[in-house]
Design a protein around this ligand. Structure first.
Ligand SMILES: Cc1ncc(COP(=O)(O)O)c(C=O)c1O
Length: 432
């Protein structure tokens, strides 16, 4: 370990591994468990940034990767490959509404960039509406959609930032921008989109982009009815809906896609992370009607849609279906939420517990009235988690005070009990 720790200090960017000093060096994983270089096991309540769907090291997924690597490891999108064709058909079959045309890429931000281009081409319009609190990636266009200012957007004006992106209040019920309370609010936040079109736009809004559950902001689910209300406004104004399911896709919310959870039909959807659960892969999928507007040169990628990554994705989706992991996410996720709400009463630091399926946010505050974010306490909880054999994604969310739980879909009730125990005991220690 000493030698590896030396390499970590010497060669790895200090910007990564901000978990804790001497963060673990991970060498293996099975299901919802990760193993470090000293053989210590941790329950993975993080699912590395929600990217793991079926869990670590699933034998069927590993076999699919190996078999495909033996056959064909690389081809550009100039030619179709068998894994790409099979995956495209599979995605079109499970995607909500009429989504059908697949553009394979490498990562989430790239899928968002592609969605922005597709929306502009299809609508012929330049403005995009995004939400306060939004996160859609770190490339230039995606970053312009960020719904949080300091320090992430500082000095980043340009491209879409030149008036092309209009921000509107999100659906953050715990800290409502409009000072209202759900459900008496009448979903005023959704109605604000109409106001933005009327008052703030230059009459050129082509698309609205949103995460159905804001992940980076702190796993904040949209309240029921929100997207139905939004869609009414979009349809009335001929605006395309880009559904960013980079985090929420592939079962995390207890439905295959969160659009199903909210009964809404997107025109364009972005997929990454859980699409493969490991190898770099993403997809922007849209309706035929939208795709008709694209021309040659609007899409090309050298690495995107790599056959081995596509084979991993097919295997992962089949495992999700065969092992009924979406149902597991719903069942175990509901139990997880219930247990967290139960312990919240005995912790002065817990301000809010919210979530859908296995995407859960626990927000820590110093004071229940003022809701001042408990940042230090939240960061300390990471250490308490590691001590107890749990990777607890605490200290996250825009205010750095949220535990962003997003374990693999295969997590069990017993493992959830251990995660809740670690949060409960860790918080007791911190609150003393
Ligand atoms: C909703 C959403 N969109 C896009 C992205 C960007 O994905 P990537 O990190 O693969 O570029 C993320 C990353 O966390 C995300 O949460």
């Amino acid at each position: 370990m000493a030698e590896e720790a030396r390499k970590r200090e010497r060669f790895i960017s200090p910007l990564v591994g901000r978990w804790v000093k001497d963060y673990p060096i991970i060498v293996g994983g099975r299901g919802a468990v990760l193993i470090d270089i000293d053989g210590k096991e941790y329950i993975d309540a993080f699912g590395p940034h929600s990217a793991t769907s079926v869990g670590h090291g699933h034998p069927e997924v590993i076999k699919a990767i190996k078999d495909q690597a033996d056959r064909l490891g690389f081809m550009t999108v100039d030619f179709a490959t068998l894994p790409q064709l099979e995956l495209a058909e599979l995605l079109a079959g499970i995607a909500p509404g009429d989504l059908r045309r697949c553009y394979f890429l490498n990562g989430g931000a790239e899928a968002v960039e592609s969605a922005l281009l597709i929306a502009r081409k299809a609508s012929g319009k330049r403005e995009v509406i995004a939400l306060y609190g939004a996160f859609h990636g770190r490339t230039y266009g995606a970053r312009s959609l960020l719904g949080w200012s300091k320090p992430y957007k500082m000095g980043m004006s340009g491209l879409l930032g030149q008036g092309g992106v209009l921000h509107t209040p999100g659906y953050y019920c715990y800290r409502c921008s409009l000072g209202l309370e759900y459900p008496n609010c009448g979903l005023q936040c959704a109605k604000m989109i109409d106001e933005v079109i009327t008052y703030a736009s230059v009459g050129d809004v082509g698309a609205f982009i949103a995460e159905p559950i804001q992940g980076t902001a702190g796993n904040i689910p949209a309240p029921d009815g929100y997207f139905k209300e939004v869609k009414k406004i979009l349809d009335a104004n001929g605006i395309l809906f880009i559904d960013d399911e980079v985090i929420t896709g592939f079962g995390k919310t207890g439905e295959m896609f969160a659009a199903d959870l909210y009964s809404v039909k997107p025109d364009i959807m972005t997929l990454a992370k859980g699409i493969s659960g490991g190898l770099p892969l993403s997809c922007t999928i849209c309706t035929e009607k939208v795709a008709e507007h694209l021309q040659a040169f609007d899409y090309f990628t050298t690495w995107g849609g790599n056959p081995v990554a596509c084979a991993q994705s097919i295997a992962a989706i089949k495992v999700i279906q065969k092992e009924r992991l979406v149902e597991n996410a719903e069942k175990v996720g509901s139990y997880f939420l219930k247990r967290l709400k139960e312990i919240s009463g005995s912790h002065r630091l817990i301000g809010d517990v919210r979530g859908k399926g296995l995407l859960i946010g626990v927000e820590l505050v110093k004071d229940q009235e003022t809701k001042e974010p408990a940042v230090e306490e939240s960061l300390r909880l990471r250490v308490e988690g590691l001590k107890r054999g749990v990777i607890l994604p605490a200290g996250l969310g825009w205010r750095k005070n949220t535990i962003r739980l997003s374990p693999p879909l295969c997590i069990t009730i017993e493992q959830v009990d251990r995660v809740v125990e670690a949060i409960d005991e860790g918080l007791k220690e911190i609150e003393e």
